[in-house]
Design a binder for this molecule. Structure first.
Ligand code: ADP
Length: 268
């Protein structure tokens, strides 16, 4: 199963805010540059790369010298708007340094509800990849709302990254987290927790092991990662959940090494 990862041609990589920001709220430039370097090298190896990056609000707060996330939705959306621009500016600079061009794709949940918008999104991804560009995806926070009759929010980038895998027909989703895999209980709380090397089915028993999630940045914890894994496995594709602490881990994953947890329905 790990062998087949080596053959992955089109890969979606998702990074969370904790991977590219310091705990003190400042931008981790070292990590952003390292991510751009590793992904550029993978492109040079002939892979097609799509990056789903969180961090717009975090970067916006840093840019505006704010330490607290504002409480109102319009204020949060304004901060996200500032942060998204800064985030793309940094990625653009770093990728350009390593010889690659990026393109921004901002999505809302309803792109998958309407065939025409879905087709436009798919076409945009295909054109970018055809032109050897690295699409960088995030939720469109400015227009994303959650109303009873009009649901446009994904709510978390874990689900968004699984939808991006579907839309682009990618082979593999690598989800980089603050944790180095999926365990039989929350490893942040239990020292004897054991990491799964492979998960071949998401069922009630597996979901129960993720109930104990703490969510620093207000995202979904382990549950949304398992939901994403389910979407990926239903699409007959593979997902690896691994630590984003040392980003060169991406080379190890794509070399078929046993790092993180592999979610797959494949048996060979
Ligand atoms: P990120 O911010 O990297 O996207 P989160 O912090 O939202 O990730 O979710 C990962 C957290 O989920 C871990 O740090 C851990 O505390 C928690 N968690 C709960 N149950 C489990 C489990 N069974 N295996 C691994 N992590 C778990």
């Amino acid at each position: 199963m790990r062998e087949s990862i080596k053959e992955s041609k089109r890969i979606v990589i998702k990074v969370g805010t904790s991977t590219i920001m310091y705990p003190n709220g400042a931008i981790n430039l070292q990590q952003m540059e390292k991510l751009s370097f590793v992904l550029s090298d993978l492109k040079n190896q002939g892979k097609e790369i799509i990056l789903v990056s969180s961090g717009a609000i975090g970067v916006g707060l840093a840019r505006m010298n704010l330490t607290e996330r504002p409480v109102t939705i319009p204020e949060q959306q304004a901060i996200a708007s500032i942060g998204q621009t800064e985030l793309m500016s940094l990625y653009s600079k770093f990728f350009y340094h390593y010889g690659h061009q990026v393109g921004q794709v901002l999505l809302t949940k309803d792109v998958t509800d309407y065939p025409v918008s879905r087709e436009n999104t798919v076409n945009t991804f295909e054109q970018l990849l055809l032109k050897q560009v690295v699409p960088i995806v995030n939720e469109n926070d400015t227009v994303s709302v959650e109303e009873l009759d009009h649901l446009t929010r994904f709510g978390d980038n874990d689900t968004l990254s699984a939808i991006v895998l579907e839309l682009t027909d990618a082979d593999l989703l690598v989800m980089l987290s603050d944790i180095d895999g999926f365990y039989d209980k929350n490893p942040m709380k239990y020292a004897d927790a054991r990491r799964f090397d492979t998960i071949s089915e998401i069922n009630e028993d597996i979901l129960a092991l993720a109930q104990d999630s703490s969510t620093k940045f207000g995202t979904g914890g382990m549950i949304t990662k398992l939901n994403a894994a389910q979407i990926v496995m239903e699409a007959k594709k593979q997902m690896v959940l691994a630590s984003g602490y040392d980003l060169s881990i991406l080379f190890n994953i794509l070399a078929g090494e046993h790092v993180g947890t592999l979610f797959t329905t494949q048996t060979h």
